[in-house]
Write a protein that binds this ligand. Structure first.
Ligand SMILES: Nc1ncnc2c1ncn2[C@@H]1O[C@H](COP(=O)(O)OP(=O)(O)OP(=O)(O)O)[C@@H](O)[C@H]1O
Length: 591
């Protein structure tokens, strides 16, 4: 395309207008764009096929995406060629305009001088007319150049040269209708401008197609990963805090689309992909969203008998508690209180088909010690809570108080009581920093009223304490001890994530209580969602990159989630065993 354009422009004779070459070239360009649009439409139509089955060698949209990208590149280069041509014409006309002005000034001066002299000499009036005529001709040429320049100027900024806007409209109109050369320039300019508009429009369409293809491809990819049992990872960028703004921090983290985060590093931008990305503008509702959202599906799974874990991870002050718990006065509740409502909404809807029992325990891991948040004071200190695993590998807290909840309101009241017992303190990075990991376990037992089968689901909601650097948080004494314990447990979590993502034969779960608690959620029998929280500011660039790199590793971990379901007979036999163990009488028909 470039070669053709250059040849045609260079090949113009003195009498030929360079615009004619450009028009031919644009005609060709237009034709090729129509052809490309037809190709894209055909490709899009041929892509109306269902989601490919697993394993997928290469998703079809990836092929289409490459074609769309190539076409977008072609069109972009064609648009810039057209722009170069207009710029070139503008420059030529500018020189012609300056020359015409100079000639006119010179000629006017000469004519005026000669007229004065001839008047004084009483010379032939015919000569006077001749000079004046020459000046008039030059004036007309100057006018043409000025109009052309105005039209080119409009085209360069992307406007349409409008006749009515211009005070020279009647003259331009007349010229377009009269003089052959001028008409050709004016018409070709308008044509050029029209074609440029078309190219822009087509370019916009291609970019739009490319963006929607890219989004669709990521969505399908995520669905396939979900089906494979991969841990889902959401990323949430919080708004810039006042402290960060006061430090003069610039925004270094942003979302490219619903699935991509970009981070400005000293070595250039770095992109990360997640199952969903929320910007600082996203509300709590956006995060917890409508019934099709992953959160709702996960809660449904817990009720159906799966082990489900949702946890927030990130640097101190990055927004984990805001995401999981919400703000202090619960005007913007987070995932936990919203999950309580969602559970009981689903139970309510299915009340005629199932018998449900919801029980809950709430713990914190503080200074490497598990504490029951339903207890306080000396009672909490003396209670020993230990992490155990049952024969199916599911983790449970032995010794923890388990309470039954019959409504979302009751569950929320228990939650508030637990939060009041949680260790929080002010640090330089966060006025209400969590000094412990909060672990809420909601067990849902559902008995099918039709066939008598019983399923046992567990929803674990975890708000991790944030990793921190003592120098940044200003931690001393007890807070330094807390920070060391938090960092140690998070480092153990990091080791587990690294071992799982590298598929090492040994996974160091036993190195920390935190990793023991999360054993079934990371690489085990669970459907897991991690929310990685990050600050947008360049003041926290190192911590943000570390969090995003860990979150990217978590995405590669595969869990094998199985439903915990027992037939009616097994459930009955278990009940009998329990009764016998506790010395209760057993009826004949029960056995
Ligand atoms: N998406 C958000 N929108 C508005 N404010 C937010 C958002 N995320 C966090 N914040 C605010 O930022 C501050 C720090 O958030 P938060 O306490 O949730 O951080 P954290 O990661 O839990 O920190 P730590 O690990 O120290 O407990 C809080 O004042 C919180 O209200």
């Amino acid at each position: 395309m470039t070669t053709v354009l250059v040849k045609q422009t260079e090949g113009c004779s003195d009498t030929e207008l360079p615009l004619e070459g450009a028009q031919a070239c644009l005609e060709e360009l237009k034709e090729s764009l129509y052809k490309k649009e037809r190709e894209i439409t055909e490709l899009l139509e041929s892509e109306q096929t269902p989601i490919p089955p697993i394993p997928v060698a290469q998703p079809p949209c990836a092929v289409l995406l490459r074609v769309v990208v190539e076409k977008a590149h072609d069109i972009c280069s064609e648009v810039s060629e057209a722009r170069l041509l207009v710029d070139h014409m503008f420059e030529e006309n500018r020189v012609a305009l300056a020359q015409a002005r100079e000639k006119l000034d010179h000629m006017s001066q000469m004519t005026a001088d000669d007229n004065n002299r001839k008047e004084e000499d009483n010379s032939d009036p015919e000569w006077l007319d001749c000079g004046t005529e020459h000046v008039l001709l030059l004036q007309e040429t100057l006018r043409e150049c000025e109009i052309t320049q105005m039209a080119l100027d409009c085209i360069r900024v992307g406007d349409s040269p409008s006749l009515s806007d211009c005070d020279t409209a009647p003259e331009l109109d007349e010229m377009l209708g009269k003089g052959e050369g001028v008409k050709s320039v004016g018409q070709q300019l308008l044509l050029l401008q029209d074609q440029l508009k078309q190219v822009r429009e087509e370019n916009r369409k291609v970019v739009e197609n490319y963006t929607s293809e890219r989004t669709m491809r990521k969505k399908y990819y995520n669905m396939v990963e979900d089906m494979k049992g991969k841990i889902r990872v959401f990323c949430r960028i919080r708004p810039m805090s006042r402290a960060e703004a006061a430090q003069g921090g610039a925004i270094a983290v942003g979302c490219l689309d619903d699935y991509s985060v970009t981070v400005e590093t000293p070595r250039g931008p770095r992109e990360f992909q997640f199952d969903r990305v929320f910007s600082g503008k996203s509300s709590q509702e956006d995060v917890f969203q409508d019934t099709n959202s992953l959160f709702s599906r996960l809660i449904q799974s817990a009720i159906d008998g799966f082990n489900v874990c949702i946890f927030a991870y990130g640097q101190t002050g990055s927004g984990k508690t805001f995401t999981m718990v919400g703000d202090r006065d619960q005007k913007s509740p987070g995932i936990m209180p919203r999950a309580f409502n969602a559970i009981f909404d689903i139970l309510q809807e299915n009340a005629t088909k199932f018998d449900f029992k919801v029980s809950v325990n709430m713990l914190e891991l503080y200074n490497d010690r598990l504490q029951d948040l339903f207890l306080s004071g000396a009672e909490a200190q003396s209670r020993r809570v230990e992490i155990k695993r049952n024969r199916k590998g599911l983790v449970f807290a032995q010794g923890a108080e388990t309470k039954e909840a019959s409504s979302a309101g009751e569950l929320f009241a228990m939650f508030q009581q637990a939060c009041a017992n949680r260790h929080i303190a002010a640090t330089k990075m966060n006025v209400e920093s969590s000094r412990s990991h909060l672990i809420i376990g909601i067990m849902v037992e559902s008995r099918n009223l039709t066939n008598g089968s019983v399923s046992f689901g567990k929803l674990s909601l975890v708000d991790l304490a944030g990793s921190e650097r003592a120098a940044k948080t200003g931690a001393k004494d007890d807070q330094l001890k807390e920070a060391n314990s938090i960092n140690k447990s998070l480092s153990a979590l990091g080791d587990v994530i690294s071992a799982l993502s590298s598929e090492l034969p040994h996974i160091p779960y036993r190195n920390s209580k935190l990793t023991q608690i999360m054993q079934d959620s990371l690489g085990g029998n669970a459907k897991t969602l991690m929310v990685v929280n990050v600050s947008p500011s360049d003041c926290n660039l190192d911590e943000t990159l570390t969090s995003l790199i860990y979150a990217t590793r978590v995405k590669t971990i595969t869990n094998i989630a199985q439903r915990n379901l027992e037939s009616k007979e097994i459930a009955q036999l278990k009940e009998v065993i329990m009764k016998l163990r506790s010395g209760q009488p057993v009826e004949d028909e029960e056995v």
